[in-house]
Design a binder for this molecule. Structure first.
Ligand code: ATP
Length: 875
């Protein structure tokens, strides 16, 4: 096979691999096609707004008003350019983010192990795999050890299948498959090396997915909700525009003015920019999180993160360092302490303060032999442990007791392994021995192993394990666990045949207790979560005492708290679900029960983030609202997750939740802002048209304002850093939309006040200052423009301070206000623009009206805030 793929056991050399990559192309299924610029442009032109404006252009030309026709045409161009630029930017940043999340593979090239993106694998590459890895091309196995693979993606078969190197002559279909690893499947156990025989669409998975339609980028729930909102508002617009047109016809206004007013009103209400500004804010949030080591799989994750109310976390590796070391053993009811005298290598075993000797030492050797043989880890010649830390710790302890793992395995060759099963919580290996029968070595959770043992070893003889002795052993276990140690029981047995049951008729050898120090930053993280109203719940397969002690040491629970213990694998009763919902520590949970714990919280309305890193965690990670995997976790876990923490720090989840909240708040801010500006235009023009007043702003002026006020300040609001208190408030309820009743009330209130101010300014200019009609309209136009600009500052958070808040600290907002002010002045003073818009330069009296009137929304905003605060304070 190696020769057929033109490679050797040492792998390809780097230059050859590069050359093949160019020739064979990327190892990808259906290359993801980013949206083309043309498609984005066409989408811009398909909007309701453009159709309405085009209608206005046609009408203007038909009625001979060329200048207006050209002006509206220009509006279409400007609007399309802005929409196009934003959309293209959003697409670009999504593409950049997609690059970040790519899968890596380990290959052997010229003898060295290299990590390369899986998309760069070529036929002939030698890929190295271990448990938890996802296979990213079709491979022919060249080396394997205890290999098991989950092929459910291809075959639908949920049980893992054994795989291995097969002789060439056995090339039946089945043998062929069992010597092959297929792209998209995952390694559940063991390790392997294989040569790539097919990549990309040539793989089995590629053949299948040819039939599957192209996957589209899905809109996030938020974007969908905003689009829905836009659609509803379009209907509202149509109704108002029709009413205005009707009144216009009845009161005999010129038809062109009626048409233009109706169109301008429609333009005023449709919140065109909303969904795209939301996409931009989400994409920006995703990029910001990526910079802080939290990689999101989809845009929607950013949005869900902000609503997260419960974090379910495992214990080992997340709350603790996953650096286990054997600290103590109990052999024949005697405590044996592992002490380090001046460095690891000189460690010794002590009993009652004296170095271990005699029979107890022999029994210790027998117990640790089970720990060393019933073990998948190994130690490199450099003394580094490779494998599960718990098993590495046992190997190291064996080494300290003088056991040479390699020599032991040679003398007692392993002929079968019963893999660790998180449901029985035990593992066994079978070994050939000189005496009759096969030696069985067992390790596992103390309750499980003690229950499976009939006898126990003592210094004098092997004794029957009666109820009293069982109780004593369980007491030893409890004592060790209540110090936060992870406890395992070791046992051995003899069977006649390799197919015999492993856990029958066992002899208990002793208990071994390992320390795993808590991670230092976890206490702060838990405090932060508490302040942010996010509950942290530990869900572990370990026993209650150990879990509680660790939970206490990181500040998750106070001492004296009880854990919820699930014990044997069973479906949760109603009573247990109740307990699970309340508990902060849930112990002895099987992988299936983890799913139930998750579902229990979700049924109660919680938005749940779930942390996990093992192969067994994948279903729960997928089912959680936010599955979170650590960067060091298995590929299977990472693939099933929505968020990957590249720095392996729990604190990054809290950072991500904070970011999620800020982004949601920002989206809410600009939605509120855009809609209240639109409402003010609709109110001012609608009321004037209905009661027969002259229009306070002319159709083209509305279009100009919409371009000015809609886009820049709204975009700037999307970039607010957020209230410093974002992580001090409770999470928003999961069913809360972007705009709730209170927001609609605020939109109505702000809109009405601005509209009233504008109409008031028009009346003052007309009747008090007695300005000619065009100058009076210029006063109301400028009032609307500047009032909308000052209104930006009403968008600070519900309880942010008035002067220094997230809006005033945002330089983009100041930039947008400055830019828009200049544009408004140009509209009044630049002759060509003034001619198109029909404006006149204002005198000092005009400006004093504009000044006073445009400050009103800000004053009203302050008043409204006071009222709301008093009401909620009183409630
Ligand atoms: P944690 O939350 O600490 O990460 P977990 O949920 O991963 O724990 P499991 O790995 O399911 O817990 O382990 C459950 C119990 O099974 C452990 O408490 C231990 O007693 C036992 N156990 C764990 N790993 C092994 C192993 N490799 N061999 C034998 N027994 C094991």
């Amino acid at each position: 096979m190696l020769a057929r793929c033109e490679t050797t056991r040492a792998g390809l050399d780097v230059a050859e691999a590069r050359e093949r990559h160019l020739r064979q192309g990327a190892n990808r299924l259906r290359a993801h096609k980013p949206r083309s610029l043309l498609a984005i442009l066409v989408a811009q032109l398909q909007s309701v707004l453009v159709v309405l404006l085009a209608l206005a252009v046609v009408a203007s030309f038909a009625l001979g008003r060329v200048l207006e026709g050209v002006a509206v045409g220009l509006v279409i161009v400007v609007d399309t350019v802005i929409g196009f630029a934003m959309e293209a930017r959003a697409t670009r940043s999504m593409e950049a983010l997609r690059q970040l999340g790519q899968v890596m593979a380990t290959v052997r090239r010229k003898g060295d192990h290299l990590r390369v993106p899986a998309s760069e694998l070529v036929v002939g590459d030698l890929v190295v795999l271990e448990a938890g890895d996802i296979v990213s091309a079709d491979l022919r196995i060249v080396e394997a050890s205890k290999l098991q693979v989950d092929e459910s993606l291809l075959t639908g078969e949920s049980l893992p299948v054994d795989k291995g190197v097969r002789e060439n002559h056995a090339e039946t279909l089945l043998a062929e498959r069992s010597a092959m690893l297929f792209s998209g499947t995952s390694v559940t156990r063991g390790a392997a090396e294989g040569v790539v025989v097919a990549i990309g669409m040539q793989t089995e998975l590629g053949q299948i997915s040819r039939l599957v339609a192209e996957v589209k980028d899905e809109a996030t729930p938020l974007e969908r909700r905003l689009e829905e909102l836009g659609r509803k508002l379009s209907w509202l617009t149509l109704a108002v525009a029709l009413a205005v047109a009707l009144v216009g016809v009845v009161s005999g206004r010129p038809p062109l003015l009626i048409l233009e007013t109706s169109i301008a009103l429609a333009v005023a209400t449709v919140p065109e920019g909303l969904p795209i500004v939301a996409t931009l804010a989400l994409a920006r949030g995703m990029a910001r999180m990526a910079r802080r080591n939290a990689l999101c799989a989809r845009l929607a994750v950013v949005e869900t993160l902000g609503a997260t109310s419960v974090i379910l976390t495992d214990k080992t590796g997340t709350l603790t360092q996953n650096r286990l070391a054997v600290e103590e053993l109990v052999i024949d009811h005697q405590r044996i302490v592992v002490e380090c005298l001046g460095g690891e290598s000189t460690a010794q075993f002590f009993h009652d303060g004296r170095a271990l000797r005699g029979q107890l030492q022999e029994l210790l050797g027998r117990a640790l032999r089970a720990g060393v043989l019933c073990n998948d880890a190994h130690v490199t010649p450099a003394g580094e442990g490779v494998g599960e830390p718990l098993e590495v710790a046992l190997l190291m302890a064996g080494g300290k007791a003088g056991l040479d793992a390699e020599a032991l395995k040679e003398r007692l060759p392993e002929i079968r392994e019963e893999a660790f099963d998180p449901e029985t919580r035990m593992m066994a290996t079978f070994h050939e021995q000189e005496d009759a029968g096969l030696l069985v070595q067992v390790k596992g959770a103390p309750e499980a192993v003690i229950a499976a043992c009939r006898r126990a070893v003592t210094r004098r003889a092997t004794v029957v394990l009666d109820e009293k002795r069982r109780g004593q052993w369980l007491d030893h276990n409890r004592q060790l666990a209540s110090r936060g140690l992870r406890v395992l029981a070791l046992a051995e047995g003899v069977v006649a045949d390799r197919d015999d049951a492993p856990y029958r008729d066992l002899t208990l050898l002793g208990l071994v207790a390992m320390a795993d120090p808590p991670r230092s930053e976890v206490r702060q993280v838990i405090d932060d979560c508490r302040a942010a109203g996010v509950r942290v719940v530990m869900v572990t397969g370990d026993q209650a005492q150990t879990a509680l002690r660790v939970a206490e040491s990181v500040g998750l629970v106070e001492s004296g708290t009880e854990a919820c213990v699930l014990g044997v694998d069973h479906e949760l009763s109603r009573q247990e679900q109740q307990e699970v919902a309340q508990a902060s520590v849930i112990a002895r949970t099987s992988p299936r029960q983890k799913l139930e714990v998750l579902a229990t919280h979700q049924r109660r309305g919680a938005v749940v983030a779930m942390l996990g890193d093992g192969v067994n965690d994948a279903p729960a990670l997928r089912r959680a609202n936010i599955g979170v995997a650590m960067g060091r976790g298995t590929q299977v876990a990472k693939e099933a997750s929505d968020l990957v923490l590249n720095d392996d720090r729990l604190s990054t989840v809290v950072v991500a939740i904070g970011e999620g909240r800020v982004i949601f708040e920002n989206i809410r801010k600009f939605a509120l802002y855009l809609l209240s500006c639109n409402a003010s235009e609709l109110g001012a023009v609608g009321v004037a048209a209905l009661i027969g007043l002259p229009l306070p702003v002319l159709p083209l002026q509305i279009l100009f304002l919409n371009l000015v006020t809609d886009v820049f300040p709204a975009l700037a609001l999307g970039a607010c850093e957020g209230q410093s208190r974002a992580l001090k408030l409770a999470p928003r309820p999961s069913d809360e939309g972007v705009l709730e009743r209170r927001h609609w009330l605020a939109i109505g209130g702000h809109g009405a006040v601005i509209a009233a101010t504008v109409l008031g300014a028009l009346l003052v200019a007309t009747y008090v200052l007695e300005l000619p009609a065009e100058s009076a309209v210029s006063v109301s136009f400028a009032t609307l423009g500047f009032a909308q600009l000052t209104h930006v500052f009403n968008m600070r958070g519900e309880d942010s301070p008035a002067i220094s808040n997230e809006v005033t600290r945002n330089l983009w907002v100041w930039g947008a206000v400055l830019l828009c002010s200049v544009l408004l002045l140009l509209a009044l003073y630049a002759p060509p623009l003034a001619a198109v818009l029909g404006t006149r330069a204002l005198d000092a009296r005009g400006w004093s009206v504009v000044g006073a009137a445009s400050a009103t929304p800000l004053l009203f905003g302050g008043l409204l805030r006071l009222l709301v605060r008093r009401r909620t304070g009183a409630a």
